[in-house]
Design a protein around this ligand. Structure first.
Ligand SMILES: [Zn+2]
Ligand SMILES: [Zn+2]
Length: 490
């Protein structure tokens, strides 16, 4: 009876708008949106959904939230703009990276980056009742909002959850009908939380509709920013490929940007991580409009460098330096190299030497400033009686370990200090703690300083609370307070 009425309804609305058609929620996946639409309109079979949306059944079966070649009647049946429907897919993100939105290119671009099944945060489902595109990204181990790990399957039946299956209800496992909101997610590890917030913000910005169709240079500009970062470190594309595990042709592809390049999102993430920058910053203008004008010039500059590197490599391998060989090496067709006039680069070795010389000088200047900052940090820490470790010094100097590891003299300066301040724990034997306290008292006396609990605690690097947790030490401390003079032995 119910089945009959659903069919009648679908027939009636076949060329019309669905009776219930809420808009997709912010960052909702296409597969979730269609599940939701089907659920509230009583559509229980893919055949019916296929008929309603004027799309082949296999399209729904293979759906993984990539933009579809054709969206059939999804937009008209739900009274949504096409751009709104596109936002339920990875369309805008692919566009920002200059990736073609045809399936083969998308598959290459997102390889290894997306989960094949639903990954979810039970608390988010409870609050929002839909599934987010952000959850699909494997570089995010968990939900930044609830700081808990994503779940990869239904904890009631242990089955992974397909992205689109009918009939289905958001928040319920399609296999066992268990409530996904009741599944318990583990908290995220403390160390990773900041990184996850950064990734989440990056991915959210990259998925957003905020993209100018006419502005096709975004990926070239992003590529140039990568090349600048790499040059600042005086690294070649080959060295970056080796250090990050990104295939060399993808390093070239990213730095050159553009639609025709075979690059992957995973490689972009690795490259940005390696240089410690947020991924989204690649797509932002940093120097105003002028940068837009210069993009093409900068792009040519990057290609120039790649061609130079290829020539050097080919020479060192004693291989013939031909346009074809260079083209193959740097992932550009020989015709396009000619277009760039980059072949002139062959006669510009001298220019390159001068550039390298200038970069070396710049690096030396930077290094001097950095060392000065480190010495200043050491002085401040010493004056304040703080423990000197690589961690505390770099923190005081406001320099990241990555920045420091890049400069040999900074490394040499820090090597004499322990990595971190050793953490004393309650597991220390009481006798050992007594000895520490006695040494601290003796030291305070010899320095003619007041023997206070605060000073002792500071010297032994254990809180007063922790010290008092040792019964014998507690008696020592109580005596000090009572007698207002030190008691060296007990
Ligand atoms: Zn959540
Ligand atoms: Zn289940």
């Amino acid at each position: 009876m119910l089945q009959a009425s659903v069919s009648t309804m679908i027939d009636r609305y076949y060329f019309d708008v669905l009776p219930l058609h809420p808009s997709p929620k912010n960052l909702e996946t296409l597969t979730c949106y269609l599940t939701r639409i089907a659920e509230i309109n009583g559509i229980k079979h893919l055949d019916d959904l296929s008929k309603t949306m004027a799309l082949e059944k296999h399209v729904f079966k293979q759906m993984t939230d990539y933009p579809l070649v054709s969206f059939g009647e999804i937009a008209s049946r739900t009274v949504c703009s096409e751009s709104r429907i596109l936002a339920t897919t990875f369309f805008y993100m692919a566009k920002k990276f200059g990736c073609s939105v045809y399936p083969a290119f998308l598959q290459y671009f997102f390889k290894g980056s997306l989960g094949a099944y639903l990954r979810y945060c039970p608390l988010c489902i409870d609050e929002m009742s839909y599934y987010s595109l952000i959850w699909r990204f494997l570089c995010l181990p968990g939900c930044a909002l609830h700081e808990s790990q994503f779940l990869e399957c239904c904890l009631h039946c242990d089955n992974p959850i397909p992205l689109l299956v009918l009939p289905s209800k958001i928040g319920l496992c399609p296999t066992c009908k268990g409530d996904l909101r009741a599944c318990k997610a583990l908290p995220l590890l403390e160390e990773g939380i900041q990184m996850i917030h950064q990734y989440r913000a990056d991915i959210e910005s990259l998925l957003s509709q905020n993209f100018d169709e006419n502005e096709g240079d975004a990926s070239k500009r992003a590529g140039y920013k990568f090349a600048v970062l790499r040059r600042e470190r005086q690294l070649s594309p080959q060295q970056v490929a080796l250090a990050t595990g990104i295939p060399l042709h993808e390093v070239y592809g990213m730095e050159q940007g553009g639609m025709h390049k075979r690059t992957s999102f995973q490689s972009y993430v690795k490259y940005a991580d390696y240089f410690g920058i947020p991924l989204y910053s690649l797509f932002e203008y940093s120097e105003g409009e002028q940068e837009r004008v210069d993009t093409q010039k900068k792009h040519i500059d990057v290609v120039f460098e790649h061609v130079q590197g290829a020539i050097q490599d080919l020479n060192s391998r004693k291989e013939a330096v031909t346009l074809t060989a260079i083209g193959k090496y740097v992932n550009i067709s020989p015709n396009r190299i000619n277009q760039y006039n980059s072949i002139e680069a062959i006669n510009k070795e001298t220019l390159l030497d001068l550039q390298i010389e200038r970069r070396k000088r710049k690096k030396q200047q930077k290094e001097n400033v950095l060392i000065e900052r480190l010495y200043k940090a050491i002085t401040i820490l010493t004056e304040n009686g703080r423990f000197l470790s690589q961690e505390s010094i770099s923190e005081q100097a406001e320099l990241s370990p990555v920045q420091l590891s890049y400069y040999a003299s900074a490394r040499a300066l820090l090597i004499g200090y322990p990595l971190k301040e050793p953490r004393l724990s309650k597991r220390l034997g009481e006798d050992y703690v007594i000895e520490l306290v006695n040494t601290a008292i003796a030291s305070l006396i010899s320095l003619e300083q007041a023997v206070t609990l605060m000073e002792i605690s500071r010297k032994v690097k254990l809180s007063i609370y922790k010290l008092r947790s040792y019964p014998k030490v507690k008696i020592m401390l109580d005596n000090i307070v009572k007698e207002k003079r030190p008691k060296v032995t007990i």
